[in-house]
Design a protein. Structure first.
Length: 68
């Protein structure tokens, strides 16, 4: 089990959170954590961004509708 101290909104304090046994195969990197004080569950979300590639071309301008 992995554990870390985080702020719990229910306990309104910094408390110890534990990762329960993970059935999804994440191991110690499981994003699900449980507060040892009150049992509140949290999911730690990680985001991955792919950088955009600049090809040297100028970006296309959106076409505007022309008035009649």
């Amino acid at each position: 089990m992995s554990d870390r101290e985080l702020h719990c909104d229910t306990c309104e304090d910094v408390v110890l959170f534990e990762a329960p046994p993970c059935g999804d195969g994440h191991g110690v990197d499981c994003p699900e954590l449980i507060c040892t004080g009150c049992g509140a569950a949290v999911v730690i979300a990680t985001l991955t961004f792919r950088p955009t590639r600049l090809s040297g071309r100028r970006p296309r301008r959106p076409s505007h509708a022309q008035a009649a």
